[in-house]
Design a protein around this ligand. Structure first.
Ligand code: NDP
Length: 288
């Protein structure tokens, strides 16, 4: 069984970004990424901090805009509008989830699609469906595909089962795998899927994006399958100082005994998401 090292592949992506950034700097261009955080969600703060640190490491100009939890829809829309008009900013993302009174869809639609480095704007979703390379591909599923490719796992002709149909992970993952980049035969499973275990046992490649700790168990996995665990779940752990630990959507220890390759949590898909975000920001800057 191979443990797929997300940190190692992410570092390769980061190194590619570094050389592209150096080329851009020669042309007088410094890529810029703006991250908007509304409210105090602790996990969101961790993600925003990690993105800012990665920008700093790479020499990407980063702008963090923090708004209070009671910020109005209009205030957030104004921030997005200002960033759309800011020539130093190539990428804009609004950290999800915002407080419940904020209409997240409206915010995403307000972002200039050319700066939508998360790839969530309807224009970029359409471009993903159309396989138009001028769009931005969502970072997490793109990172999963890159992990498979760089680990030498053949997706072409493979039976892939994606568990989850969110717009952030499941749907774009399925589109990428079924498209010309993946060439897999794809099944998308969700909470209404009948006999999920039997569906999963057909898979050469399982992508788990469910949001339920250790949901995928060994009986759901065919011998020799490849398992990519997107899940990030906090579960109580009194032995940790923080009082919790992170686990994926896959019961790692038991599934690892059956599969040919698997991503750990943490250290699998997570680092890839940030690396692909940096890549999208650099791509956007190179289109200035
Ligand atoms: P969502 O909650 O938006 O989607 C979860 C999906 O899982 C839904 O489609 C849901 O089905 C499906 N599901 C829920 N329960 C079951 C079940 N019992 N059987 C089959 N399918 C089920 O989550 P996200 O896609 O946003 O995220 C998924 C996980 O990935 C989370 O743990 C999240 O934290 C993590 N994540 C990790 C990232 C990273 O960088 N590594 C980035 C983004 C997310 P239905 O549609 O029918 O409700």
């Amino acid at each position: 069984m191979k443990k797929i090292d997300g940190k190692e592949v992410a570092q390769k992506v980061i190194d590619e970004c570094k050389s592209q950034i150096a080329e851009l700097k020669v042309k007088g261009i410094t890529p810029g990424l703006a991250v908007v955080l509304v409210g105090e969600d602790p996990a969101s703060k961790v993600y925003v901090g990690a993105k800012a640190r990665k920008c700093e490491e790479l020499g990407i100009y980063s702008k963090k805009i923090e708004l209070p939890a009671d910020a109005s829809q209009e205030q957030v829309m104004q921030v997005v509008e200002d960033l759309n008009n800011d020539p130093a900013i190539d990428g804009i993302l609004v950290q999800s989830p915002p407080p419940p009174h904020i209409d997240e869809d409206a915010i995403v639609r307000a972002i200039n699609p050319n700066k939508d480095v998360d790839g969530f704007h309807p224009v970029n979703v359409a471009k993903l469906v159309l396989e138009d390379p001028s769009g931005f591909i969502p970072c997490t599923p793109h990172g999963c595909l890159r992990l498979l490719q760089d680990t030498g796992i053949e997706t072409s002709g493979a039976e892939a089962v994606v568990i989850g149909r969110s717009m952030i992970v499941g749907k774009p993952m399925a589109l990428l795998l079924m498209g010309k980049l993946g060439n897999a035969t794809v099944t998308v499973a969700h909470s209404r899927t009948k006999d999920l275990a039997a569906v999963c046992r057909r898979a050469d490649i399982i992508i788990a994006a469910i949001g339920k700790p250790e949901f995928v168990t060994a009986d759901m996995v065919k011998d020799g399958a490849v398992v990519i665990d997107v899940g990030i779940n906090r579960v109580e752990d009194s032995s940790k100082k923080s009082g919790y630990k992170l686990v994926g959507d896959v019961a790692f220890d038991e599934v690892a005994t059956k599969c040919s390759a698997i991503t750990p949590v943490p250290g699998g898909v997570g680092p890839m998401t940030i690396a692909m975000l940096m890549k999208n920001t650099v791509i956007s800057a190179s289109r200035r």
